[in-house]
Design a protein around this ligand. Structure first.
Ligand code: GLN
Length: 455
């Protein structure tokens, strides 16, 4: 089998299913085939080969790719062609992967269903009436539909883990700082992390290996050693101490979801792990703190889209102020505007202490909840989402119901720790469910070990 065969397979599958799934926004076929040919020439020679030699990959459209349209699924960046690569994209090239194309998402990664894309909805491959989750819904759907074996997503409040759970694939949000954010279009800089979405845990560990490490271009990337994640997949969880927060199995969590987690815990128990119930007492404030902080950061980050520097510019403006206003009014979708307004309000003088500062304090308490639990336990286990994938249109008119979907993933971002979603069975109506495994700072190895033993 050649790399060209793999690339063929990927585009063939896209041709077959993507008019239904609609995961891709832009394909990069010509370049992909050319790169494949170059890699094929290395086969059978002793030229060095990258860690993921010849593997097709889809990249979420908020990760910038040189000379390849990068839209963040926003009209405001509809024709934006970056002049440089994100660090992760350079790392992928070094690993010899092949970028198949750019993938749909909620506009600027704000959303939980892909319904906020400025261009198209992505549909859940398991049931086309259901959402794939979001905001990396396209990345999860593309892997679930067999269009690509690997994809990259980004996770600010659950955007890798929730769609992985809805689509029955494996998605990991690394520790904050593990993966460079250089070239990831910022939504909430203190929470955003790029991470891998794959069909199984081993592939996931390989992809994280390829994109991890200190980057001088990102001052928040961490100078910590990158262990060999694949070597951590020993299958051994004997004596492992699992904490199960009671808040993660209580009110608002669907019965089937609860049951699937209890079943997964039995499997882990049979492998020699032990589990106990614990409490993350401040998790009930996580959603409110997250929406305040993430919207505040977003309002600052998205100020750069002014019609002058990037992408779309409104054609009918008399004055500079009108140009800003019209460009932003025409270019941003409703959800993005909602967050910018909320964030601008929360940061305005007179309200700053009451909202932003208070939310920061809550964040500290949430972080401490995790530290307390991790003083005694190796991992935290619970569901990824309170329900399986919901129906398209079901939550779109009610932002609050939509936000509640992320209640179990958001605390992990606020604490900065790593978390994975692995498939753990199906609901009665045949939709995949996800098990969330959360680890200590920079301890993706243990998270992977548990996920792999369970899988
Ligand atoms: N759904 C959450 C939001 O809308 C999380 C998004 C994300 O992780 N990018 O903010």
């Amino acid at each position: 089998i050649t790399v060209s065969d793999l690339v063929d397979e990927s585009y063939k599958r896209i041709q077959e299913v993507d008019d239904k799934v609609q995961a891709f926004l832009t394909l990069d076929e010509e370049r992909a085939r050319e790169t494949a040919k170059n890699l094929d020439a290395k086969i059978g020679t002793d030229e060095s080969k990258g860690l993921l030699f010849g593997m097709p990959i889809g990249v979420k459209d908020n990760i910038v790719t040189k000379d390849l349209r990068t839209t963040c699924a926003s009209k405001i960046l509809e024709n934006f062609n970056p002049i440089y690569n994100a660090t992760v994209v350079d790392q992928l090239h070094k690993a010899d992967t092949i970028t198949i194309g750019k993938i749909n998402m909620d506009e600027f990664a704000m959303g939980s269903s892909n319904e906020n894309s400025g261009f198209q909805k992505t549909y859940n491959p398991w049931n086309l009436e259901k959402v794939p989750g979001g905001s990396s819904g396209g990345s999860a759907a593309a892997v679930a539909a067999g269009e690509v074996p690997f994809s990259l997503g980004s996770d600010t409040g659950g955007s890798i883990r929730q769609p992985a759970s809805f689509c029955g694939v494996v998605g990991l949000k690394p520790t904050y700082g593990r993966v460079s954010r250089f070239g990831l279009v910022a939504f909430a800089s203190s929470l955003d992390q790029i991470g891998p979405i794959t069909r199984n845990v081993e592939d996931n560990a390989y992809l994280l290996q390829a994109i991890s490490g200190l980057d001088p271009m990102d001052s928040t990337s961490a100078n910590v050693e990158v262990p060999n994640f694949v070597q951590a997949l020993t299958g051994d969880v004997k004596g492992l101490k699992i904490a199960v927060p009671k808040e993660y199995l209580g009110e608002g969590v669907n019965e089937e979801v609860r049951q699937s987690v209890l079943d997964a815990l039995k499997v882990l128990e049979s492998l020699g792990a032990v589990w106990e119930e614990v409490s993350l007492p401040h998790s009930k404030y996580a959603l409110a703190a997250y929406y305040l902080l993430s919207s505040s950061e977003a309002s600052a980050n998205l100020a750069r889209f002014d019609g002058v520097r990037y992408g779309y510019r409104s054609p009918n403006s008399e004055t500079l102020m009108d140009l800003y206003k019209n460009t932003r009014a025409e270019g941003f979708g409703d959800e993005v505007k909602r967050r910018i307004m909320l964030g601008t309000f929360a940061l305005s003088s007179g309200y700053y202490d009451a909202y932003y500062k208070k939310a920061q304090r809550v964040r500290t308490l949430i972080k401490k909840d995790f530290e307390d639990v991790f003083a005694k336990y190796d991992v935290i286990v619970g569901p990824t989402t309170p329900t399986p994938a919901f129906t398209i249109g079901e939550n779109i008119s009610d932002p609050l119901t939509m936000y509640i979907n992320d209640i179990l993933t958001i605390p992990v971002n606020l604490a900065g720790v790593p978390g994975i979603s692995v498939p753990c069975g199906f609901s009665n109506n045949g939709l995949p469910l996800g098990l969330q495994i959360i680890g200590k700072h920079f301890d993706e190895s243990t998270v992977y070990r548990v996920a792999h033993a369970y899988e």
